[in-house]
Design a protein around this ligand. Structure first.
Ligand code: SF4
Length: 311
């Protein structure tokens, strides 16, 4: 956690517990997967450099106190000591600072969810990553030689809502792994009805990971972002939208309304837990999928072109 100048500084500290053991799961996109041989310090475009725990916790406390950071996010992997390591890190952070904590984890028991809440985790995220049960099986379930199961993940999300409350449980969805707009907006709408928010990520191929039949393109990504925004804000639902060959052809709102919502720009900003902006998590200097700050007038113009919207 060094002080560096950026045009869009992160508002959340992203932490990953370091272990030299690979995760017991085998998600195709992940460099920490059991069957991957990639750099275990990389998640999407983020580099997680091993650092001294006491120093990380000390600087996190200072950064929160001075208003540089507003949240800490802990990413976990599945390995034998995961629970002990995760709860130890949470307790060390809590000893030093009241900074809000998000935890991204595979489904746990109700007792463990309750223990995490008591320790001070305020946002619990169970990443589905894939947008349909078929894709989930191919990317991180049975067909990927992995241990996860769509129904178990959905059950883990819904149980978490009962403990953490509506609006305090989320999921991660990676766009561009072969899903259609219909798949993505269908699951986002279903989860929204259950009180669960969806954080969108752009698929990033990492060296040493297995192949994914990727379909990432900016028009698809923007369409999902706009549809997700309408659902999140209660402006339209999946049932209002029309799809052809899996693509949205009508969002269920007028053209004037659509232009107005696009011009507000919020739809294209990073989504997820409060104060999570993830600058450059999946972006390059050439292509921004999630804007960490409000898009400017030139960027809004570009977004309209990417969506194929005429004035
Ligand atoms: S949405 Fe952001 S803060 Fe929340 S778990 Fe995901 S990366 Fe962390």
């Amino acid at each position: 956690m060094e002080l560096v100048l950026m045009d869009a500084p992160p508002t959340t500290a992203y932490l990953q517990i370091y272990t030299n053991k690979r995760c017991q799961a085998n998600c195709r996109f992940c460099s920490q997967a059991a069957g991957a041989n990639g750099d275990m310090k990389q998640i999407a475009r983020g580099q997680y450099i091993p650092s001294d725990l006491a120093e990380v916790v000390r600087r996190l406390g200072i950064a929160y106190e001075r208003g540089y950071l507003r949240r800490a996010c802990i990413q976990t992997a599945m390995y034998a000591k995961m629970w002990q390591d995760t709860t130890y890190l949470i307790s060390r952070i809590r000893e030093t600072s009241p900074i809000p904590i998000s935890l991204s984890v595979f489904p746990l028991s109700d007792e463990k969810y309750a223990a995490l809440k008591d320790m001070g985790v305020d946002e619990l995220v169970v990443p589905l990553d894939a947008c349909s049960s078929e894709l989930f099986s191919r990317i991180k379930g049975k067909e990927a030689d992995s241990i996860y199961n769509w129904d178990t993940h959905l059950d883990g999300i819904r149980r978490a809502v009962r403990i953490f409350g509506r609006g305090s449980v989320g999921t991660h969805l990676i766009i561009g792994m072969g899903e259609s707009g219909r798949d993505a907006l269908g699951v986002i709408d279903e989860l929204h009805t259950d009180g669960v928010y969806s954080a969108l990520f752009a698929y990033t191929h990492l060296p040493g990971t297995r192949n994914v039949a990727a379909n990432l393109n900016i028009n698809h990504y923007r369409t999902v972002q706009l549809g997700a925004y309408l659902i999140r804000k209660g402006l339209a639902s999946f049932a209002d939208m029309t799809f052809r060959d899996g693509k949205v052809v009508d969002f269920g709102i007028s053209h004037t309304e659509m232009l107005r919502y696009v011009e507000v720009g919020d739809a294209f900003k990073t989504t997820g837990c409060p104060d999570c902006n993830r600058p450059y998590a999946t972006e390059t200097h050439q292509e921004t999928f999630n804007f960490p700050i409000d898009p400017n007038a030139d960027e809004i113009k570009m977004i309209k072109e990417q969506l194929g919207i005429m004035e």
